[in-house]
Ligand binder design. Structure first.
Ligand code: FMN
Length: 388
């Protein structure tokens, strides 16, 4: 039995167990992958201040995100095709998040449907919306999320058009996988994945197949998805969706102070500083480098969350000490799920929690509300000096 001590341990097991096309789908960024790499490496540039002789008893990582109690300031990010990484992946990840006491966000492009996840959990989860050209379909997704009692709508703003990830094209990514010779050769080595997948509730995009006329198989769906994302999305449309939803709204994919101010104007309850894990605009700053200027612009007026590049509890601590009210993990939970299902997600959350708790204590702090930039050493040129 492998002893798991850090998130990277899961990645190694996940790589062995998951079909190559799904591992590559997760472990890629767009184009040169510069932003994908820097999301992670820029966290390392921030250092922590070690403090001593401070009473570290009675610590807690509990706090709130958008007014909801969370065991630590970490949510599971929306990740498409999670149910291809492991059979019934969305259900398993949602259950692990619920038990741990952190929010789970279901992607529009999930395999398990909104109703599947609602039926398998007992607390509200968050639903992530991609805006599509088909307004009727968007409205029906919103209604289904309301019926499922989702407690927040996360609207993703940075995917009106798809960034290119080379490996997805080369692997012919599809859900379920199309059986070419090379896919079959690879699947033959992933017998455990295959056996579990045979009894999975679904193998297609559960929020879409059966809910949109004319979409009944994956081949149709690929074409439909490429055509369907709405290139005309603007702030007026976002305001209308917010009104239609009527509940808490989180706007995801904000990287510039000007956009953060616009998000404020449409009344976002929170924004997520995110570059989609380096999967969209390659060459964008890492999220952690973009965070300070966005906090300066809107940090006292709305909740600022962050994702992209978080692989440890120390990364969470750094982001929160900098001023973020919450963080999201994408790949870090997928590695756990792909390696060992629900237990792997639970364990990934435990790893991150422990790293955060111990680091917080060694920085001389006991609670989230005691965290501030004074526990960090941030390089003087961290945000970069760019010509206007
Ligand atoms: C495999 C994969 C699929 C993703 N699918 C979605 C999605 O369907 N909707 C969305 O808003 N973001 C999606 N994202 C972006 C994540 O929500 C999040 O922004 C990103 O994973 C954060 O970076 P990290 O993986 O370094 O933690 C996806 C990310 C990955 C890795």
């Amino acid at each position: 039995m492998t002893v798991i001590t850090c998130i990277d341990d899961f990645k190694r097991i996940y790589r062995r167990r998951a079909p190559r096309m799904f591992y590559d789908y997760c472990e890629s960024g767009s184009w040169t992958e510069q932003t994908f790499r820097e999301n992670v490496s820029d966290f390392d540039k921030i250092r922590l201040r070690q403090r001593v002789a401070v009473d570290m008893s009675g610590r807690s990582t509990a706090t709130q995100m958008i007014g909801q109690d969370v065991a630590m300031p970490v949510a599971l990010a929306p990740v498409g095709l999670t149910g291809m990484q492991h059979a019934d992946g969305e259900i398993k990840a949602a259950r692990a998040a619920e038990k741990f006491g952190v929010p789970f966000t279901l992607s529009t492009m999930s395999i398990n449907s909104i109703e599947d996840v609602a039926g398998a959990t007992s607390k509200p989860f968050w639903f992530q919306l991609y805006t599509m050209k088909d307004q009727g379909f968007v409205s029906s997704l919103i209604q289904r999320a309301k019926d499922a009692k989702c407690s927040a709508l996360v609207i993703t703003l940075d995917l009106q058009i798809l960034g290119q990830r080379h490996k997805d094209l080369k692997n012919g990514l599809s859900a379920p996988p199309k059986l070419t010779l090379s896919t079959m050769a690879n699947l033959a080595t992933k017998w455990r994945w295959g056996i579990e997948m045979m009894s999975a509730k679904r193998r297609h995009f559960g929020n879409i197949v059966g809910h949109v006329q004319g979409v009944s198989d994956a081949a149709d769906l690929g074409a439909w998805t490429a055509e369907q994302f709405d290139p005309t999305l603007d702030w007026d449309k976002i305001a209308k969706i917010k009104e239609e939803w009527g509940g808490k709204v989180i706007l995801k994919g904000i990287m510039e102070p000007e956009d953060a101010k616009m998000a404020l104007q449409v009344g976002a309850d929170a924004i997520v500083v995110s570059n989609h894990g380096g999967r969209q605009l390659d060459g964008a700053l890492s999220s952690i480098r973009a965070l300070p200027s966005i906090l300066d612009a809107v940090g006292d007026k709305t909740e600022v969350h962050i994702d992209s590049g978080i692989r440890s509890g120390q990364d969470v601590l750094k982001a929160v000490a900098m001023g973020a009210k919450g963080t999201y993990i994408g790949r870090a939970f997928v590695y756990g799920l792909g390696a060992m299902g629900q237990q792997g997600v639970t364990k990934a959350l435990e790893v991150i929690h422990k790293e955060m708790d111990v680091s917080m204590a060694l920085c001389g702090r006991r609670r989230i509300d005691e965290l501030g930039r004074d526990i960090l050493k941030i390089p003087a040129d961290f945000e970069g000096r760019w010509a206007d």
